[in-house]
Design a protein around this ligand. Structure first.
Ligand SMILES: [Ca+2]
Length: 479
């Protein structure tokens, strides 16, 4: 064997060794990739935590209840802003609203905080395929680089975003005055409305994602039970209209500051809703019936997603987070819609299924929607971004000490601290001076009727809560 042959053999062996080890590394990476947990991220627009799994047995929500039996149900989860666009910008960035940030329904996250890291971008950066179906951000083009695909049902010509099907409503909706009726009942398949179409697309995606075998972050955003309350007839038929009525909190006490109330303009835009008076019991029955029909309609859509995960054997390695962007007043305090600082507008459903960790636990720990970003990152084994305002909810799931025991929610110039049994709100003028306050003790007054802010026994407590509020509403609050 001459020198050249020996040299060639050594070189060939070295190359084979490198190739073998490179294959081994690739294989190891692949195995590592495939053990990543997937994420199914379900947003439900305007959903109150008034579900069977939250102890409200008159609501028919079997699919969400089943999910809850495999999850942790957060009984005291609060949104940080009770309005669609701003709440979504906040949860998806993990950042609190501030005096001039995340204000209203038309908020663009990437305009208010250009370049802020979002949940989908974080997962995309970590090798996940990210898909947004339906309503996740309020604006489809917000944070668009965070997604591999953004999809929404096509809005046909002659139909508005309100998605009416009856000729009567379509005619009013597209006429000179805004909005058809506030609700609609039609015979038809679930796919007659946007949310059924979003489910069908998401089921197709799950099948495709299963085949691809890469980790995924699939966000599915349902539009109901947002107004108008349009749902297939079979969901209306689950309920008896006559069983509904005005709530026990149908009152606006004089001791509560006028800042706390609003004239629910969002609802008044709809046909047949009175423009200048409170609603009567017959009008309330129709709205509550329609809202509940929409909740059951969405529950059925979620059932389809869960069934598909099971059929594809994806359930065991998929984290599920189900959240609502804010609460909703169904006549509470004589109001409808959201946009206020009462618990009915601030409290949201938050249900987290973490394979191997959750099995139907319920927690009364106070959490905020900004906690979803760090919590979900930790559950998926990703690094928790340093700058998020939220704190991970994983210690609560693991029955350890929570990192935080309060929530702060803001709507326009009203800002609320929720801590222990207290709901404390301040309204600030432009200079940051407090112009009105309210304080409720939920142990004695869960309906928030009796404002205690001037009660002599609560002065020390109010000062203490104010201090905690100011210390925690965020360093950049006045920026
Ligand atoms: Ca909403």
């Amino acid at each position: 064997m001459n020198y050249k042959t020996t040299k060639f053999k050594i070189l060939a062996s070295f190359l084979i060794f490198c190739l073998f080890n490179s294959c081994k590394t690739d294989q190891k990476d692949k195995i590592k990739e495939s053990t990543k947990l997937n994420v199914l991220f379900i947003a439900v627009d305007d959903l109150r935590p008034e579900l069977n799994c939250y102890g409200k047995s008159f609501i028919q929500s079997p699919s969400i209840d089943k999910l809850a039996s495999e999850s942790m149900v957060f009984n005291r989860a609060y949104c940080n802003v009770p309005v669609c666009g701003a709440s979504r910008a906040s949860i998806l960035s993990g950042m609190r609203p501030a005096r001039h940030r995340f204000l209203d329904w038309k908020t663009y996250q990437q305009q208010d905080m250009p370049g802020v890291l979002s949940i989908p971008m974080h997962f995309k950066n970590n090798g996940y395929k990210t898909i947004s179906n339906g309503k996740i951000y309020h604006h489809l083009d917000d944070d668009s680089t965070a997604w591999h695909e953004i999809w929404h049902p096509v809005i046909p010509e002659g139909v508005s975003w309100r998605d009416y099907q009856t000729q009567e409503n379509l005619k009013i909706d597209l006429g000179p005055h805004d909005g058809g009726k506030a609700f609609e009942k039609v015979d038809g398949h679930d796919t007659i409305y946007f949310d059924g179409k979003t489910t069908a697309k998401s089921v197709r995606d799950l099948k495709q994602l299963k085949q691809e075998g890469e980790p995924f972050f699939l966000a599915v955003g349902f539009r109901k039970p947002h107004l108008p309350f349009n749902a297939p007839a079979k969901y209306w038929d689950l309920y008896d209209r006559e069983s509904f009525g005005l709530p026990d909190s149908y009152i606006q006490p004089e001791t509560t500051p006028s800042e706390a109330f609003h004239p629910f303009g969002e609802l008044r835009d709809y046909a047949a809703i009175p423009k200048d008076r409170f609603l009567n019991v017959e009008e309330a029955k129709d709205l509550i019936h329609g809202y509940n029909a929409c909740v059951s309609y969405i529950d059925a859509q979620i059932g389809e997603l869960l069934k598909t995960l099971d059929e594809l054997e994806l359930a065991e390695n998929t984290i599920i987070v189900l959240w609502g962007d804010h609460g909703w007043n169904l006549g509470d305090h004589k109001m409808w819609t959201k946009h206020c600082n009462f618990e009915t507008a601030l409290r949201v459903p938050l249900i987290v299924k973490a394979p191997g960790k959750t099995s139907g636990q319920k927690s009364d720990a106070i959490v905020e929607l900004i906690d979803v970003f760090p919590g979900l990152s930790e559950l998926a084994g990703l690094e928790i971004p340093e700058n998020v305002d939220g704190k991970s909810f994983v210690p609560i799931i693991e029955n350890k000490h929570a990192e935080k025991d309060f929530a702060i929610s803001k709507f326009h110039d009203g800002i609320t601290l929720i801590k222990d049994k207290y709901f404390y709100t301040e309204w600030l003028n432009d200079e940051g001076v407090v112009r009105a306050k309210m304080l409720f003790d939920h142990k004695t007054d869960p309906l928030e009727i009796n404002n205690l802010i001037d009660h002599p026994d609560y002065q020390t407590k109010a000062q203490e809560l104010s201090k905690i509020l100011h210390e925690n509403w965020g360093d950049s609050f006045f920026d």
